[in-house]
Write a protein that binds this ligand. Structure first.
Ligand code: AN7
Length: 350
């Protein structure tokens, strides 16, 4: 088997990318589809986690960002700009560095996880925290891009969706079929739109007989699509999906309705319970927003809405190490003991 070459080289014939575009890649994609016996047993189904936290910058954003930067270079762009709750900015900063162009990221001050901020800084992006939320930041980023001075690399850029759809190709290739249900968190709604596009394109390419029902999860304090109206002041501990006016709203509703799926809200405590369960029972550490899809699956199982034995994939969108502060908010770091065998043995209970 030949070595993995990254999203653009592998899927170029299925990406709407100018033919002369260079392939900017950090070998993103080809992420593991991990069977999870603990969660499977709990929901009486066959559950797999597509761990997108294993991408080069630790989130699914890399799949779309490599295509966006490849396209930007083809157009001679010198600067990319994005608004972000953190992961988009981390990915944009890394791929812009790789492409040799400058990057500006607009983030909601005080509401992005420390790992993500560190990434944008170390890759040399110009970081602009604004005294507002993600929706305010996106509106400014759009206006900046309209001047023609910079290329917008949020998921309103169609190349982002093109890259992110490849997650469905990989799932179908690994399973040999489409799952019955695909669960994932919904924030700005680019990812559910992209995954659905990927399944739709897979129908013919892989000769599938069906596509999955798409189950999208929004945080209860930031659930505009569930409510059917924008949320002015979104609130959730899952800062990645603290978004009140999703840009790809129509795409998400289309994916939900065409697939016979749902978009429902999960509370912060349901998200945190799933986050801790994944780590404690299946050994997988994702960031809180990523656990929202699994939280929805657990909730639906309690309601008896999960068909027994169904094949289910949940996307874990980002790595747990993005947001280490959340762990120590949840679990107290133990006080130190004396550096003696007796004290340590007593603490361990041996
Ligand atoms: C871990 O980085 O919007 O519904 O600016 O970081 O496609 O927006 C992040 C979104 C889920 C939601 N999980 O995906 C950003 C940003 C994680 C995320 C989502 C995000 P979309």
């Amino acid at each position: 088997m030949s070595a993995w070459r990254g999203v653009v080289p592998t899927y170029r014939d299925r990406l709407k990318l100018p033919i002369d575009a260079p392939a900017i890649t950090l070998l993103e994609g080809n992420t593991p589809l991990i069977p999870v016996p603990g969660i499977s047993e709990r929901v009486e189904a066959e559950v797999f986690l597509k761990f997108e936290g294993m991408n080069p910058t630790g989130s699914f954003k890399d799949r779309g960002m490599c295509v966006a930067l490849s396209g930007a270079l083809a157009e001679g762009t010198r600067t990319v700009v994005c608004a972000s709750t953190g992961n988009t900015s981390a990915s944009a900063a890394a791929y812009a560095a790789r492409a040799g162009i400058t990057c500006a990221v607009i983030i909601p001050d005080g509401n992005i996880a420390s790992g993500k901020l560190a990434q944008a800084l170390i890759h040399g992006a110009t970081v602009v925290p604004v005294k507002g939320n993600f929706d305010d930041a996106l509106s400014i980023a759009r206006r900046l891009a309209e001047t023609g001075e910079a290329c917008l690399v949020n998921s309103v850029n169609p190349l982002r969706i093109e890259g992110q759809k490849t997650v469905a190709f990989e799932i179908v290739e690994t399973l040999g079929c489409a799952p019955d249900i695909h669960c994932l968190p919904v924030g700005n709604a680019g990812n559910i739109t992209a995954a659905w596009l990927g399944y739709t394109e897979s129908l013919e390419y892989y000769q599938l007989d069906r596509r999955p029902a798409m189950w999208g999860a929004q945080a209860a304090g930031a659930a505009p699509i569930v409510r059917g109206a924008p949320v002015e002041r979104p609130q959730t501990i899952a800062t990645a999906i603290r978004i009140g006016k999703p840009a790809s709203w129509e795409g998400a509703v289309g994916a939900r309705d065409q697939s016979g799926g749902v978009i429902e809200a999960v509370t912060d405590s349901e998200i945190l319970a799933a986050y801790r369960l994944l780590a404690a029972t299946d050994g997988i550490f994702c960031e809180p927003a990523s656990a929202a899809g699994v939280a929805l699956l657990l909730k639906k199982a309690k309601e008896g809405a999960v068909p027994v034995g169904a094949k289910i994939v949940a996307t874990l969108t980002g790595h747990g190490l993005k947001d280490p502060d959340r762990v120590v908010k949840e679990i107290k770091v133990p006080d130190p003991v004396d550096a003696t065998l007796a004290a340590v043995s007593a603490r361990i209970g041996l």
